[in-house]
Design a protein. Structure first.
Length: 247
């Protein structure tokens, strides 16, 4: 190999090293802190968001609106709740389920105890800058590269329809239903349906679990290539385990 060829190879090698270093710095740099305290968006009765029992009507009836006006408002207690994602990968030749968690979640829920079909969940907000896993470098990759939380701080879910709600509820009851809505991750919004199980613990406290499965390609969630990770599944599970208290 002559001197000119060696020079070209050296330049290319240095360029690749510089690119790799820049990418590593960008991915693993400290991520942005939350911009402030997360507060729930107030939920108000809305004729556009109706249960499956009335969704064929163009608007809620006067009786439904009156019932909703007398409903109770519950708010998610962040210190007793947890949003999380679960995704499977092959790490160092072994199967692993990566779990990312945060309690930076906010939402309000409007419930009429006499007519649960008029339930309304406000926009659910999760601060993506606060997700943590069992690895600091993975956390920074998620925040800086995958979710780009410097630019897109929140993951949100805005409900649009409900189905499977019971005809009545009482303290001690546990029931299941579904909520369909718009799930936004970064600047991409897709429809999603959460399966929800709720327990009425008292007149002032409810708890539950909401879960759905999404496809990474639908949200362009690109996983950086690293030697230790052989593969990452195309789907991931989103969960919200919550406690909500009457206001």
């Amino acid at each position: 190999m002559n001197r000119r060829t060696l020079t070209i190879v050296a330049i290319l090698g240095l360029g690749a090293l510089a690119l790799f270093t820049a990418l590593a710095f960008y991915t693993l740099r400290p991520s942005a802190a939350p911009s402030g305290e997360l507060t729930a968006i107030p939920v108000l009765p809305s004729p556009q968001v109706q249960s499956a029992t009335v969704e064929s009507q163009p608007a809620a009836s006067e009786g439904q609106q009156a019932a909703a006006a007398g409903a109770l408002v519950f708010e998610v207690a962040a210190d007793q709740s947890q949003a999380r994602f679960l995704i499977n990968e092959v790490l160092n030749g072994a199967d692993k389920t990566v779990v990312g968690i945060t309690n930076a979640v906010a939402a309000q829920i409007l419930i009429d105890p006499t007519d649960p079909s008029i339930v309304q969940v406000g926009t659910v907000q999760v601060n993506a800058r606060t997700f943590i896993t069992d690895s600091g470098s993975r956390n920074r990759a998620i925040q800086n590269l995958i979710l780009q939380t410097n630019a897109y701080e929140f993951v949100t879910f805005t409900p649009t329809a409900y189905s499977g709600l019971p005809a009545s509820i009482a303290v001690g009851d546990t029931f299941s239903f579904q909520i369909t809505g718009d799930l936004t991750i970064r600047d991409i919004t897709n429809p999603a349906t959460f399966d929800i199980t709720v327990t009425v613990e008292s007149d002032s406290r409810i708890s539950g679990l909401a879960t759905t499965t999404i496809d990474r390609p639908s949200y362009d969630l690109q996983i950086p290539s690293v030697p230790q990770v052989a593969s990452v599944e195309q789907t991931l599970i989103l969960e919200l385990e919550f406690v909500a208290l009457a206001q």
